[in-house]
Design a protein around this ligand. Structure first.
Ligand SMILES: NC(=O)c1ccc[n+]([C@@H]2O[C@H](COP(=O)([O-])OP(=O)(O)OC[C@H]3O[C@@H](n4cnc5c(N)ncnc54)[C@H](OP(=O)(O)O)[C@@H]3O)[C@@H](O)[C@H]2O)c1
Length: 249
């Protein structure tokens, strides 16, 4: 079945994706910073490899590529956000967000894609977000980072079209995971009081999209409507709408 590397496998979507890939018979490689959480997950899987690494650093990314020379499936899922005014958010946190959400995606894809193309088979799933489709006041860096992931994935998917290798940008809306707490997003209009779909539900949708070779997949009707309508909504209006839903309720 081959080897599947999942970043951000210690929690939320990545943890559920790793479980599904293991159940499909893949040899999974689990990557995140929290070794204890990876070990706990690994104890329920068949033949996993654990790599505790900070993917926001070059050293962490090298630890992954030094340990694993090739993969059949690459899932770039690790990511985080932060709510607040850009001018007030800690600079290091904003820069680290770009390093994890964008640089790690570029770096790991560049490391593993050439061998996939040479073999004529392989799958890459990059986890973007519905945030990719518009600018995100009060989450400016996060929304921009996901726009990067979407654009990058679409472009490379076109470059590899017909090669036997597929790239999928998976663009979920909000779902239940550790993300909201880490981003301090719990009190926003977007999240507060809403019952969110589970990470397990989203993992099934993401894996199905990757298996089909979809270049872009937005799960759920209301998210699809949001993504499509953002193309037709004037940008100044779009910015104000997003500011409204991102503000505290
Ligand atoms: N939840 C949502 O509403 C939502 C919506 C759209 C898209 N997304 C995207 O979905 C993806 C998964 O997030 P999630 O919702 O499942 O959140 P989560 O539960 O917070 O999981 C994030 C994962 O990323 C890992 N991670 C964070 N910083 C890292 C670093 N520097 N190096 C390596 N790993 C790191 C975390 O592990 P450690 O802390 O152990 O390192 C964890 O395994 C993200 O790309 C996120 O942007 C989430």
């Amino acid at each position: 079945m081959g080897r599947a590397l999942v970043t951000g496998a210690s929690s939320g979507l990545g943890l559920e994706l790793a479980k599904l890939l293991d159940a499909q018979g893949h040899e999974v490689v689990l990557v995140a910073r929290t070794a204890a959480a990876l070990e706990e997950l690994a104890s329920s899987l068949r033949n996993p490899t654990i790599i505790a690494a900070d993917l926001a650093t070059e050293q962490g990314r090298r630890a992954v590529t030094d340990a694993v020379d090739s993969v059949d499936i690459l899932v770039n899922n690790a990511g985080f956000g932060e709510c607040g005014l850009f001018a007030e958010i800690d600079e290091a946190r904003s820069v680290s967000m770009v390093e994890l959400n964008c640089e790690a995606v570029v770096s790991l894809t560049r490391s593993y894609l050439p061998a996939m193309v040479a073999r004529g088979s392989g799958k890459v799933m990059n986890v973007a977000s519905t945030a990719a489709f518009q600018p995100g006041p009060t989450m400016a860096v996060y929304y921009a980072s996901k726009a990067f992931v979407l654009s990058f994935t679409e472009a490379v998917a076109e470059e590899t079209r017909g090669s036997g290798v597929t790239l999928t940008a998976f663009c979920p809306g909000a779902f239940a995971s550790g993300f909201q707490d880490a981003a301090h997003a719990g009190n926003t209009r977007l999240i507060k009081g809403r019952s969110l779909p589970s990470s397990a539900e989203l993992a099934r949708a993401g894996l199905a999209a990757m298996d089909r070779g979809d270049v872009v997949h937005v799960p759920g009707l209301s998210n699809k409507v949001t993504a499509v309508s953002s193309r037709f909504t004037p940008r100044p209006l779009m910015r104000r709408i997003v500011r409204y839903i991102q503000d505290e309720a």
